[in-house]
Design a protein around this ligand. Structure first.
Ligand SMILES: Nc1ncnc2c1ncn2[C@@H]1O[C@H](COP(=O)(O)OP(=O)(O)OP(=O)(O)O)[C@@H](O)[C@H]1O
Length: 726
């Protein structure tokens, strides 16, 4: 029987349809009375009971007629006097009013038996039941049941799609409609694969095998689906797909696993932290504590978690943090004779304090002190570098540093002081090492701009392709690799101060034009920039080249030359102010002593003679270098000639080759053309021998003295006497 009907049957209260208004016949009744009964009552069968009311069976009008008929054909047979109990038949089915199994009722329906009698447990007749009433009641029940089941399925939050054996959708509930977003009237009656190509319902139809928890994706949604075959009497008559939308669930589970990972990470951080961490909840109970803190407290985690923090650490201030909500940083906490630097902070959620966190900031105070020392040292370094940077961008010399009383130096200094007070551009001219930079610094220092920056650029030292950006800066994105925000050029950096353009004679012509514009307009435009920037700068330029000659040779712009040459100061070479040599030597020795920490008194008389013998092409820079070298090697208070390693030269003019002149001398001596006195000859010979000895020993005087067989001091005297430059 169909499962659905079985369900209906099990729910059917069939006893309600038992009619107790049944006329029974007594088994002791004569046959003839039974005939009369059927003739008057128009029924086809009647129950027969004994004198105790126990059901004996039924008497059928048809079989009664057959008995009578046989009596008519054989009169010898006389039934009329016989008792009815002899004609009782066993009915096809008897229903017991207390039988819960409903097997007989099912049989009644299946075999379509129109009428059955109902007895009780003792076997007494209770009544009769007619198939037509039972069938009607069952029909009504099944109708209700179907409505009920359909409603339940419709209201299920799972989507349900059923197909028949042909794969046509025959059921599609509200949830399916909502989840999949396709209306039922479009889907029902159409092949399932037309809408859901990935559906396994059709496969289930063929295999009759259920497939559960199949993960599917439809559009942007995720589903978990069960595909079940619909089987009746061993025949697959369809399949059903029951699915639920797990998109939200999946998102939640993803979030959950993310927060699980996060929790694990936090736990690892807390546990492996090189500091103590403790967290309490709003009830002051310890919720989190790391091993580091446990070690300080000398406790185990199980002794601490969930306990009141005051129980664990009686002088803890964390409860105060809970109340005040204030973060405290840098308090000290003493425990077990050790000091800890600690930090306390409230733990807040949605503006409400839900706990408090305590951290020891350092393992102990020693570490804290070490950190503090480091920070202080870094701060000192920073202050130093700031000062250095400031020093670098301000003047390093002032007028006092300019040494020299010679008339030319004095007039140069006077001009300096006068020009410094103006804003005029100044051109410093002079050989290398004559003090042009010293003058530039001193001008700045003596000017009203002394508080402003002093920015120097050596035009010869910067590669031509970088000079423009160095001088004028560049805008952001001016070229690949340009710094974000751009970079200011030296002119911008020198604003309100002085720019010193050293080696201006080496500036390329293309840049000269731009420089001229800047001097005229008093504004700069960054490379790749669009806006001119106003600048307030005093320009000092310097060169050791003959700018005038360069202008003639078209190597320097005449207009720029005029712009620069507003005030020009010419610095004399050292050889032209020999009277300053002693002053300079003393001042430089003092300066070098100060720098190197040495205690040299000065140079000896002989040394001065020796120094005067030289023509100083490198000027004061060269003098400074030679003195510094002498101070380093000097092991006595006074610098002697042998400490001074002046470059080797042919003679004072430095033009003639010694060897050559020696050879000429010998030639002349032997040829007798230019006869000299013996003394003159010997002098000349001595000079030549000393010179060649120095050449052989590459200027090493000790070796040269040894080669010549004289004492080193004697050699120096002779070198000075012959004014041999080496
Ligand atoms: N008048 C001076 N008094 C004291 N020291 C000086 C004087 N002139 C120059 N010096 C020293 O000589 C060295 C060279 O000077 P500076 O650099 O100013 O020369 P310069 O003319 O700018 O050389 P260059 O053209 O090669 O750049 C510096 O160490 C400086 O201290």
């Amino acid at each position: 029987m169909d499962g659905f009907i079985s369900l209906g049957l099990s729910l059917l209260e069939w006893q309600k349809y038992v009619s107790t208004n049944v006329q029974s016949l007594s088994g002791k009744m004569p046959f003839s009375s039974a005939v009369n009964f059927f003739l008057t009552n128009h029924v086809t069968q009647a129950p027969v009971v004994d004198e105790d009311g126990l059901f004996l069976g039924i008497i059928n009008s048809l079989s009664l007629m057959e008995q009578l008929n046989s009596q008519v054909q054989n009169p010898l047979k006389n039934y009329s006097g016989s008792l009815l109990e002899n004609f009782v038949e066993k009915p096809e089915i008897i229903l017991n009013i207390e039988d819960g199994s409903k097997q007989n009722l099912q049989q009644l329906i299946e075999q379509k038996i129109p009428l059955a009698f109902v007895i009780n447990r003792e076997g007494r007749l209770v009544g009769e039941i007619q198939l037509c009433f039972v069938a009607k009641a069952l029909d009504q029940l099944l109708e209700d049941l179907e409505y009920f089941v359909t409603s339940v399925i419709e209201s299920d939050h799972n989507g349900i799609v059923a197909i028949n054996a042909q794969g046509t959708v025959i059921f599609y509930n509200n949830s399916a409609e909502q989840i999949l977003g396709i209306p039922a009237d479009k889907v029902i009656g159409n092949p399932v694969q037309q809408f859901f190509p990935d559906s396994l319902a059709y496969q289930t139809l063929v295999t009759a095998q259920p497939q559960r928890d199949v993960h599917q994706i439809y559009g942007d949604k995720s589903f978990k689906t069960d595909f079940l075959p619909i089987v009746t009497q061993d025949k697959v008559i369809g399949a059903v797909a029951i699915f639920k939308d797990i998109t939200e669930l999946k998102a939640v589970s993803d979030r959950l696993s993310h927060s699980e990972r996060l929790t694990a990470t936090l736990e690892a951080i807390v546990d492996n932290s090189y500091e103590g961490i403790i967290v309490i909840d709003e009830q002051e109970r310890v919720q989190i504590i790391n091993q580091f803190f446990l070690d300080i407290l000398e406790l185990k985690e199980e002794d601490v978690i969930g306990k009141s923090v005051l129980e664990v650490s009686p002088d803890s201030k964390l409860p105060e943090t809970l109340k005040s909500g204030e973060t405290k940083f840098g308090d000290t906490w003493q425990y077990n004779g050790k000091d800890y630097l600690i930090m306390r902070a409230p733990v807040e959620k949605n503006g409400k304090i839900i706990g408090a966190l305590g951290r020891t900031l350092f393992k102990n105070m020693e570490v804290a002190k070490m950190f503090a020392k480091k920070v202080m040292r870094l701060e000192d370094d920073l202050a130093y570098y700031k000062k250095e940077l400031h020093r670098f961008n301000t003047s390093q010399y002032c007028c006092k540093d300019i040494i020299g009383n010679s008339p030319r130096m004095q007039s140069a200094k006077t001009l300096l002081k006068r020009a410094a007070l103006t804003n005029s551009t100044i051109l410093l001219l002079g050989e290398s090492g004559t003090g042009k930079e010293v003058f530039a610094h001193s001008i700045h220092e003596a000017s009203l701009r002394q508080e402003g920056p002093f920015i120097k650029i050596n035009c010869a030292a910067v590669p031509e392709n970088l000079l423009e950006s160095e001088l004028f800066g560049y805008a952001e994105g001016a070229f690949t690799g340009a710094r974000k925000g751009g970079k200011p050029g030296k002119f911008e950096l020198a604003d309100k101060g002085t720019i010193f353009l050293d080696e201006i004679g080496d500036m390329p012509l293309s840049m000269q034009a731009k420089l001229l514009r800047t001097i005229q307009e008093r504004e700069v435009e960054r490379l790749g920039g669009t806006q001119p920037i106003k600048i307030d700068v005093r320009i000092i330029a310097a060169t050791n080249r003959d700018l005038h000659q360069m202008v003639i040779e078209h190597k320097f712009r005449l207009d720029l030359y005029y712009r620069l040459n507003v005030v020009s100061i010419e610095l004399p070479p050292l050889r032209e102010r020999g009277e300053d040599l002693e002053l300079l030597t003393d001042a430089l020795i003092e300066r070098i002593n100060h720098r190197l920490g040495t205690l040299i008194e000065g140079v000896s008389e002989d040394s001065f003679t020796y120094l005067h013998s030289y023509n100083w092409p490198g000027n004061i820079r060269e003098l400074e270098n030679i003195l510094e070298r002498a101070i380093i090697i000097c092991d006595e208070p006074w610098i002697q000639p042998w400490h001074l390693s002046l470059p080797l030269r042919a003679d004072n003019t430095g033009t003639q080759n010694m060897e050559e002149s020696g050879r000429q001398l010998l030639d002349s001596l032997t040829n007798g053309e230019t006869l000299k006195t013996l003394e003159e000859g010997l002098e000349e010979a001595e000079r030549i021998m000393i010179h060649s000895a120095l050449q052989k020993t590459q200027g090493n005087k000790m070796q040269a003295a040894r080669l010549l067989g004289i004492h080193r001091s004697a050699l120096y005297k002779k070198i000075a006497k012959h004014r041999i430059i080496h």
